[in-house]
Ligand binder design. Structure first.
Ligand SMILES: [Zn+2]
Length: 281
């Protein structure tokens, strides 16, 4: 099954609504089935609110996913900083349990002054430790989802994310196709280009490539990768296009939640993708 929804509140929602509690009913009325909640700048949600969200989102059949704090950086060689990153993951998962959310997206890390090889090695070591911590806390029913990243200074190519996911079945890929396209300077054009991404996953995680989390938006890029998120309406140059991805998802039988991160128009663009997926392909 493929589900669609926005990341955060779009402009159209905010023009006449204020609270998160209104989101599920509103999204259901738009024909969408998921929503990504952001802990980007920290986890400030009370336990009471988190439980309340669970009830309302379940009532309207909207899957709730979470984007973890931007402070997470598993490539950091400083052990104290690594402890903080573990803490952000655990705190997010604890809150998500109350929210009824199962997938936690996170940015794996930044190179800072290290070589890519060294930064990736540090990231993998940290994730191995994290898997042990997940066992300790008994997080067996949830997924942590490292994201493919758009800038050359970040860890998170498709191959790197695939290797992270091979560490444990609770690590599920977040394929951000706008990021992949930006990182590689615009290589996602045809259905086969998208299938290639899934084949890279398959090499490392076998059949698990059929269950992924997806971020989709059009992104402007330069020589060092990602520059800026665009709306579907704004972009006629950078891409990527959703049609060939929809074809690839159908052909391979991939189950995914597709979250749209267009700035401001994320709900309308998610609706457009859902329509393409259901009617055009
Ligand atoms: Zn992200």
């Amino acid at each position: 099954m493929v589900k669609f929804g926005p990341s955060g509140c779009c402009d159209r929602f905010l023009s006449d609504h204020k609270s998160v509690e209104d989101i599920p009913e509103w999204l259901e009325a738009q024909g969408l089935d998921s929503f990504e909640y952001a802990f980007n700048k920290g986890i400030f949600l009370s336990d009471e609110k988190a439980s309340q969200y669970r009830e309302i989102f379940e009532k309207h059949g909207i899957e709730l996913t979470v984007h973890g704090p931007y402070f997470i950086n598993f490539a950091n060689p400083d052990d104290m900083m690594a402890e903080k990153s573990y803490g952000y993951i655990i705190k997010s998962l604890q809150k998500m349990r109350l929210m009824g959310a199962k997938k936690l997206v996170f940015h794996p890390g930044s190179l800072t002054k290290q070589t890519r090889e060294k930064a990736f090695e540090v990231t993998m070591d940290r994730l191995k430790t994290l898997v042990g911590i997940l066992d300790e806390y008994g997080f067996d029913d949830m997924f942590i989802c490292p994201e493919t990243m758009g800038k050359h200074g970040q860890i998170g190519t498709v191959e790197e994310v695939a290797q992270m996911c091979a560490l444990d079945p609770r690590i599920m890929p977040t394929l951000d196709f706008g990021h992949i396209n930006s990182f590689t300077g615009g290589t996602l054009k045809t259905k086969d280009d998208y299938i290639e991404v899934f084949k890279t996953l398959e090499k490392y995680i076998g059949d698990r490539y059929k269950n992924v989390h997806i971020h989709f938006s059009k992104i402007m890029y330069g020589p060092k990768g990602e520059l800026k998120h665009l709306t579907f309406e704004e972009d006629n140059e950078y891409g990527p296009d959703f049609e060939p991805l929809a074809e690839a998802l159908k052909e391979l039988g991939v189950n995914a939640t597709v979250i749209c991160e267009s700035r401001g128009s994320q709900t309308d663009d998610a609706i457009q993708m859902k329509q393409i997926f259901e009617t055009k392909i």
